[in-house]
Design a protein around this ligand. Sequence first.
Ligand code: 5GP
Ligand code: MG
Length: 468
Amino acid sequence: MEIIRENCGLAGVFRNKRAAEILHACLFSLQHRGQEAAGIILGKDDSFSFHGNRGLVSEIFTSQVIKSMEGDYGIGHVRYSTTGSNSSRNIQPFFIDYKGQTIAVAHNGNITNSRILRSKLENQGAIFQTTMDSEIILHLLVRSRGRDIREKLAGTLKQLKGAFSILVFVQDKIIAARDSCGFRPLSIGKLSDSFIVASETCAFDLIGAEYVRDVEPGEMVIFSDSGIDSYKWTENIKKSHCIFEFIYFARPDSCIFGKSVYLTRKRLGENLAIECDFTADLVMPVPDSGSIAAIGFSQKKQIPLEFGVIRNHYIGRTFIQPSQKMRDSGTRIKLNPVKSIIQDRDIIVIEDSIVRGTTCRNRIRALKDAGAKRIMLGISCPPIKFPCYFGIDFPSKEELIANKMSVEEIRRFLGLDGLYYLSLKGMLDAMMLPAEDFCTACFTGRYPIRPDFSFNKSQWERKDGCDS
Ligand code: 5GP
Ligand code: MG
């Protein structure tokens, strides 16, 4: 069984006549968190309606579909594309019927003891329909002892290890919860008398909702007709927000973990400018992910910012590349250099991160071909050397270029005149939250919690330097 790592997007609404429309809009604004599949489940009295499919939100939820969905509360999900897991069964929210009621869950993150939990459940006779972590949550929930949904869910969450921001749908309630580390974001908003929950606050802006607060690490928030109830489902709380959300994943117009992604990213660029001694004629981002750091870099260095490559925004998953020759120039289909800007110039390119190094290499080659004189590359985070077990879909250690090569070797591999990675200190200093509130495992190998891979030890080596 493959492991599915996922970093997805969640949205929820409680008591709004326009629930379908609202969830659709929220998922649309969270599309960057997952492009493989999307789904919405809505409740109305004691019935429900579900619609989900593979593809983009705009393809799945046509205006007819939205009109046909009835209900005034519900949850939705966008799913991140991971290789080999694009089964049409792996669509969320995942829902079941249990004792005459419909229960659904949508999940963002990666449950690190999922294999153990799953095989335990299977030994007890549980039949799984999907390969998603999220299904385990419902199996545990219906087995959980407790007087009410709060106690049952608390009992369930206590058995999970790893990263999970989740939304649960039961009759006349939605529940939002986060793991005890708060790896993945999850925020609460208000739209007149109704409540909204979303992975990122950019969803609130789109629907005109007001940000209220985050669901706290180790907290469960129940939205029902008696209002909102908050419970700490665990006392064992140790904040470890995913720092890569700030570096790459979240949208710059969002606030996550209470802080602006834009301002944080700009500070990453400023710190990069302070640390590295590159000089050039111009600074240019690799859009979109490098854009905000490039602004910070350019302003701090007082070197003009130019858009040396232009992004084609219409390249979707559906773009069929007609020939091998076109496939080879794949990156140029998405990003095309502007010759008149970069020809015969010394340029500093700002990129948010290097993972495998393959995309980056093609982009650098394209800039060379366009006539750049000297190319220096600044990366607004340190070298990524360790895999993520908490939801970012980094490849295995062996595929991470910084795990195999020194910075000088990477520079040569990429064909650069200079390469500089932001230091760990510089990255943490850019955060507007205390350093100890972050998980930096992909850079340091210090994992805040030890994934439970006991029956597959090869995936987990002590030399990763686990803290616990
Ligand atoms: P590489 O050169 O390592 O092949 O790719 C680096 C590029 O991938 C960077 O532009 C970075 O913004 C982007 N990137 C970083 N993390 C992710 C991710 O989780 N998913 C996707 N699709 N791109 C990523
Ligand atoms: Mg990028």
